[in-house]
Design a protein around this ligand. Structure first.
Ligand code: SF4
Ligand code: SF4
Length: 79
């Protein structure tokens, strides 16, 4: 279990930061994400599948409230 978790974290290339204060819950990011990285919870967007993010930026581009930021991770940040 520990090994599987370690491998998943090592392969993560992107981090999606959601500013919940700015998110108005429109679900546009959830609808556009081709990898089902995002979902809604209590009216706000949430990252549910971070390892699947390809960094395509669709969520960030289409969010009308600038509440999403996709960050490219360096190897050191994956540890
Ligand atoms: S597109 Fe932006 S405002 Fe809409 S749910 Fe996603 S993060 Fe929230
Ligand atoms: S960058 Fe692309 S794959 Fe990653 S969460 Fe946003 S829409 Fe989904």
């Amino acid at each position: 279990m520990t090994i599987i978790k370690f491998m998943a974290v090592k392969t993560r290339k992107f981090k999606v930061d959601i500013n919940k204060m700015w998110c108005k819950g429109c679900e546009i990011c959830v609808a556009f994400c081709p990898k089902n990285v995002l979902a809604m919870e209590n009216g706000k967007a949430k990252v549910i599948n971070p390892d699947a993010c390809t960094g395509c930026l669709l969520c960030e581009i289409y969010c009308p409230d600038f509440a999403l930021k996709v960050i490219k991770l360096k190897d050191a940040e994956n540890k």
